[in-house]
Design a protein around this ligand. Structure first.
Ligand SMILES: NC(=O)c1ccc[n+]([C@@H]2O[C@H](COP(=O)([O-])OP(=O)(O)OC[C@H]3O[C@@H](n4cnc5c(N)ncnc54)[C@H](OP(=O)(O)O)[C@@H]3O)[C@@H](O)[C@H]2O)c1
Length: 249
């Protein structure tokens, strides 16, 4: 399929995991992509892999200053946007008694404050309507141990898709959330455990999934492209679970 020929698409957190896979799928279907992240080296490697239709910016999702610079850069280089996958996020599981203000602020800044103000800044760039997909999580519907802060950020994201859809209705921009279950990405190795602990945690999560496996980044990417394309033209403010049944069965 080539649903995105000539389309301009922003993918935050496009240098790893679901973001990188989704950027690849957008490029494969003809889009130009603008990817962001904090790590310059992995961004450069991703752009090399994505080819000449990819651009990058080092941009911290939780920094309003970086968000303003990013929106200006996209405006200067492209003039407009057709779609965005707002995906950059962090997940750390912390028991209630060990919670700190820093953990709360870092997680909310990256996962909620950043996405909200990014939508505010990029909305004027959607000249012909378009689609914004927020990356949520199945944790928004669950009560997993040690997941209070992370889960609250993703519950906020689910609601943002609804309120922002209403706010952006007159500009013909649809906003939806995609809520992944456990997906095999580097996010687990960023949680601070040893490689063995990471493997064990992933195996435990796979057992919790009714389909008895982790999801793949391609299963996420294909859903993002569906939500970003006119194939989903009557879907607005929805929360689409791609979770192997974790929060459904
Ligand atoms: N994997 C799962 O099981 C799962 C399940 C449900 C939801 N999710 C959500 O899926 C999204 C993507 O995660 P992933 O699993 O693909 O993990 P990942 O491979 O660790 O990717 C996370 C991405 O977010 C970027 N990022 C993190 N903090 C950032 C910040 N402050 N500013 C800019 N970029 C930042 C990272 O870039 P840098 O490394 O350059 O900072 C990276 O590109 C997250 O929102 C996560 O909450 C994941």
């Amino acid at each position: 399929m080539s649903r995105f020929i000539g389309k301009k698409v922003l993918v935050t957190g496009g240098n790893s995991g679901m973001g990188l896979e989704t950027a690849k799928e957008f490029v494969r279907e003809g889009a130009e992509v603008f990817i962001t992240g904090r790590n310059k080296e992995t961004l450069e490697a991703a752009v090399k892999e994505l080819g000449p239709r990819a651009k990058m910016a080092v941009s911290d999702s939780g920094s309003l200053k970086d968000i303003a610079i990013l929106a200006d850069q996209i405006k200067k280089e492209w003039g407009h946007l057709d779609a965005a996958f707002i995906n950059a996020g962090i997940a750390h599981f912390v028991p209630l008694e060990e919670l700190t203000e820093k953990h709360f602020d870092d997680t909310f800044n990256t996962n909620v404050k950043g996405p909200l103000f990014l939508v505010q800044k990029i909305a004027p760039l959607f000249k012909n309507g378009g689609s914004i997909v927020l990356n949520g999580s199945v944790v928004a519907d669950k009560g997993f141990a040690a997941a209070s802060v992370y889960s609250a950020t993703k519950a906020a994201v689910v609601n943002l898709a609804k309120t922002l859809s209403t706010d952006l209705m007159s500009k013909n921009i649809r906003v939806n959330t995609l809520s992944p279950g456990p997906i095999e990405t580097p996010i687990f190795s960023r949680m601070g455990g040893t490689p063995e602990q990471t493997k064990e945690m992933q195996a435990g999560m796979a057992q919790m999934v009714p389909l008895k496996r982790l999801g793949t980044t391609l299963e996420i990417a294909r859903t993002v492209l569906f939500l970003a394309s006119s194939d989903s033209s009557f879907i607005v403010g929805s929360n689409i679970a791609v979770d192997g049944g974790v929060a459904q069965l």
